[in-house]
Ligand binder design. Structure first.
Ligand SMILES: *Cc1c(COP(=O)(O)O)cnc(C)c1O
Length: 427
């Protein structure tokens, strides 16, 4: 099994050297717990795998996966760069010490004032449509401004239909057939187009779709190089590298993955005589996904038509199971060495029947007061959490070699209602 699970000698879940049960005693539930070393290891494993085969390589962490400022700071220290998809992400990453040249902005349907803001932070914009290019040219001085374009490589892949971002049904990117014209237009407008970007989807554990996307993107880039005279400073193949969520799924052999993809990349560079642009990849999930666990407490065990284990968190805390039907492995943090004896549904505390963390899950005997660990919650976990049902967002705890730190306090009721006001006539 390739899931990131450790058990200590008390038979409790270990997260980064800390005992999950002790963390719950100290901080309560629900909490997100993030293992600092795992984030660092994931980043370095990824960086080293590709650098080995192509030294001109940079990792642009897709920060929408997890924007906790401590996580950003860790990656800033490691020398990572950022893929930002909103002005808010640019703002927070600048604050955490990433200079503009370490951020690429891949917006989608963004307003002029948002483009202005991103541009004013000296961040390169990765443009997604002719409409955005023209609006950008009107709202900033294009002279010598470096830009990049996102292309649709007509290859899509991902763990769920919502996560497939290439192909005919995708709202993302410019078409292959318009690429040469758009790069020419950008030059005419005064821009300096230096990059090409594609991103085919998320949660991909199979190297094949990546190879297709590299091939297709490189064919477009080669054509743009030859017909529009663009010398690319960078080519960016986006993110999407998956992690195992179920016990059956295997960790991707990253070195093999890197070797195969880079071989193809280099062949294409040679075929089109494109020199040696910097290769960018934008992993989000791979860097943070398996570095975090949500700890929740069982508060009810119900024998109904089915057996329900009720916990004190819901899809407001972790949306992925409800939204994507995602599997998240669940362990009983205080009974790690006990074998499964039953299959149960693990249900949240939100008033919606879709609020389930698991159906028919084999788990050991469970009583009220037991602590469950919902694994692989580091990516698209907290960043997709909400105040639905007027529940405060949970705390985030960072663990480093057994020591723990609050990196985000839990919200209070007042925090949820803070920005509202009553107009005079209702007072
Ligand atoms: C979401 C996203 C990523 C990261 O996807 P992961 O599956 O988390 O690796 C990378 N690039 C872009 C443009 C994205 O929108």
């Amino acid at each position: 099994m390739d899931l990131n699970i450790k058990t200590n000698d008390k038979g409790h879940l270990d997260i980064g050297g800390a005992d999950a049960c002790e963390l719950v005693e100290e901080y309560g539930t629900p909490i997100y717990v993030i293992d600092e070393e795992r984030v660092r290891d994931n980043y370095n494993r990824f960086y080293n795998a590709f650098t080995k085969f192509y030294p001109k390589f940079k990792v642009f962490y897709a920060c929408k996966a997890n924007t906790n400022i401590a996580v950003l700071k860790i990656l800033e220290e490691e020398g990572c760069c950022i893929d930002a998809v909103s002005p808010g992400e640019v703002y927070i990453c600048k604050k955490m010490g990433f200079s503009g040249d370490r951020i690429l902005f891949t917006g989608n349907n963004i307003r002029n004032d948002e483009m202005d803001y991103v541009n004013s932070e000296d961040v390169i914009l990765n443009i997604d449509s002719v409409s955005a290019l023209k609006r950008l040219a009107e709202s900033i001085d294009p002279q010598g401004k470096k830009i990049s374009f996102r292309v649709n490589p007509m290859v899509g892949a991902g763990h769920h239909g919502h996560c497939i971002t290439g192909g005919e049904m995708s709202k993302f990117g410019i078409m292959e057939t318009e690429a040469v014209e758009i790069y020419k237009l950008a030059k005419e407008l005064g821009f300096e187009p230096v990059g090409m970007h594609s991103h085919i989807g998320s949660g991909i554990l199979d190297p094949e779709p990546f190879k297709l996307a590299i091939e297709s993107t490189m064919n477009i880039a080669g054509k743009v190089h030859q017909e529009a005279g663009i010398d690319f400073e960078f080519i960016d193949f986006g993110g999407g590298v998956g992690i195992p969520y179920t016990p059956e799924e295997e960790l991707l052999d990253l070195e093999h993955f890197a070797e195969e993809n880079i071989k193809l990349f280099k062949e294409k560079l040679e075929e089109f005589d494109m020199g040696e642009p910097i290769l960018y990849l934008e992993p989000g999930r791979y860097i943070v996904g398996d570095a975090s666990v949500i700890l929740v407490e069982v508060n009810s065990v119900k024998e109904s038509y089915r057996k329900f284990i009720g916990v004190d968190a819901g899809f407001n805390t972790l949306l992925r199971p409800a939204m994507y039907d995602s599997y998240h492995h669940i362990v009983v943090a205080n009974k790690m060495n006990e074998e499964p004896t039953q299959t149960v549904d693990v249900a949240g505390n939100v008033c919606e029947s879709g609020d389930l963390f698991a159906r028919d899950r084999p788990l050991p005997d469970i009583e009220e007061g037991d602590i469950l660990g919902i694994l692989n919650a580091g990516a698209y976990g907290y960043t997709m959490a909400s105040n639905y049902n007027s529940r405060p967002l949970p705390a985030e705890i960072l663990v480093k070699n057994g020591e723990s730190f609050v990196i985000r306090e839990a919200q209070t009721f007042d925090d949820i209602f803070e920005k509202q006001s009553i107009p005079e006539h209702l007072k």
